[in-house]
Design a protein around this ligand. Structure first.
Ligand SMILES: Cc1ncc(COP(=O)(O)O)c(C=O)c1O
Length: 461
């Protein structure tokens, strides 16, 4: 079965080929043509097709990097042929990966940062799977040593986790124990997490920060609650921090917040290089506190490409250019450069949230002071239109601001979310506010409910 993205054929017309390419044979869209049309024509045809995609920099829905310096693009194009797995053939690419792991280990206060244990991945999803697998293997070993059954593992997390954690649980047969939101608590709370743990809990996942509203989960408080649980019941539960975005934000903007390996209970951390790591997709990172946190049985030693390579990955071959681009960003920006980029994104996010709060019908759930990301809802008095209508109206002018409903216990709450990334300037923010003001005025002036299709689903990335 092919897993294909289903499209409504009525909504997305195929780009009409430009006249000069009409001479080329018509290409079947879903079958391999008998005869190709040649590299030049294929390039022209596909790049015209892609004009129908949105403008990446007006996409305020995604966390993923949509702008890099042109020199980075050049370096990536020059290294597009490197296979990350082939460490024997590309030893310098492997060396660059290991430098990046050590840089991140130091940034995340690893006690063993000179010899950090970690690897690059295709993104946070793969890194979360690896972090979760290490937790599961270690729990199984603990249970085996205690002579107990190890057939009912569970993982505790907030209902606000990104879908990769639900995937992890389903693919690896782990019971997901999701803590629902409650009132104004939109992410995992320490006592709620500890209350769901038992001897079958492989770990607790804390998020820096939440995909739903950009808030940081209280990692130290969760660790403290787990310390109390251990003191009371003797159950020792490790933590994994999903720092998909925050791993590249908190060290620069909130160095005083202890969320990383400074917290003894934190055994592993993931982050997306392709989010606030400032690299085009797809690169992610998974790091473990030390060698002991990553069970040996999960590491494969592969030698048929010429050397002996330890690997821990769900994939085998994958591009090396993103890892090289990560090192390029580390080298070209340095600590101060990253701090400035994050500071710039945060100033824009704070400006936008303050302006939106002033518009009248909106109330902020967060204001961009943790991740440069914030969510806002309509005040309860607003009856004639919804956040989905606001999102649709903004889309007409090119801005992609997603609207979605919150998970379990707060499905009554629908919000809009803005992700401010590098490349979003103050001028662009002012244009967005102008557009939002105009569209809000239009909707506020309606005499009755705005007719429209209601949507709730949104895929967070
Ligand atoms: C908290 C969190 N975890 C995991 C992911 C998955 O990240 P990736 O797209 O790098 O696989 C995301 C994506 O938005 C996220 O926000």
């Amino acid at each position: 079965m092919a897993l294909t993205h289903q499209q409504d054929p009525g909504r997305r017309p195929t780009a009409a080929p430009l006249p000069e390419y009409e001479t080329a044979a018509r290409l079947p869209s879903h079958a391999l043509p008998d005869l190709g049309i040649g590299a030049e024509s294929a390039y022209e045809r596909i790049s015209s097709d892609l004009l129908l995609d949105g403008q990446a920099r007006l996409n305020l829905a995604t966390f993923v990097t949509t702008w890099m310096p042109s020199t980075a693009g050049r370096l990536m194009a020059e290294t597009a042929d490197k296979n990350m797995i082939d460490k024997d053939e590309y030893p310098q690419t492997a060396e660059i990966e290991s430098r990046c792991v050590n840089i991140l280990a130091r940034l995340w206060n690893s006690p063993d940062h000179e010899h950090a244990t970690g690897c690059s991945t295709t993104g946070s999803s793969e890194a979360c799977m690896l972090g979760g697998l290490a937790l599961k293997w270690r729990w199984r070993e603990r249970m085996r040593r205690a002579g107990k059954a190890a057939d009912r593992p569970n993982l505790v997390m907030g209902a606000n986790v990104q879908v990769c954690w639900e995937k992890f649980c389903r693919y690896w047969d782990v019971e997901p124990r999701q803590v629902p939101m409650e009132g104004e608590r939109y992410h995992l709370g320490p006592d709620e997490a500890a209350a769901r743990c038992d001897e079958n809990t492989i770990g607790v996942v804390a998020i820096m920060g939440s995909t739903f509203d950009g808030s940081y989960e209280p990692v130290t408080e969760i660790a403290d609650a787990l310390d109390r649980l251990q003191a009371d019941k003797g159950i020792d539960v490790p933590m994994h921090v999903d720092a998909a975005s925050g791993g590249f934000v908190a060290p620069f903007l909130h160095p005083e917040v202890e969320w990383d390996f400074r917290v003894a209970r934190v055994q592993s951390i993931n982050a997306s290089g392709h989010k606030y790591g400032l690299v085009y997709p797809g690169v992610g990172w998974a790091l473990w506190r030390d060698r002991a946190a990553l069970p040996e049985e999960l590491v494969f030693n592969v030698n048929y490409l010429g050397g002996n390579m330890p690997t821990f990955a769900l994939n085998f071959s994958r591009p090396g250019s993103e890892v090289i681009a990560q090192y390029f960003m580390f080298s070209s920006l340095g600590h101060e450069g990253y701090r400035r980029v994050m500071q710039g994104a945060q100033s824009v996010a704070r400006f936008l949230s303050a302006e939106i709060a002033e518009l009248g019908p909106y109330r902020l759930l967060t204001d961009g002071s943790e991740l440069p990301v914030f969510a806002f809802a309509l005040r309860s008095e607003v009856e004639n239109y919804t956040v989905f209508d606001v999102s649709d109206r903004l889309r007409q002018s090119g801005w992609l601001v997603p609207a979605y409903t919150f998970p379990e216990n707060r499905q009554d709450l629908s919000v809009l979310r803005i992700v401010v990334r590098a490349g979003m300037t103050q001028e662009m923010a002012e244009l967005l506010i102008e557009q939002l003001r105009r569209q809000t005025e239009f909707l506020e002036n309606l005499d009755g409910p705005f007719p429209g299709e209601k949507r709730t689903a949104f895929s967070h990335n």
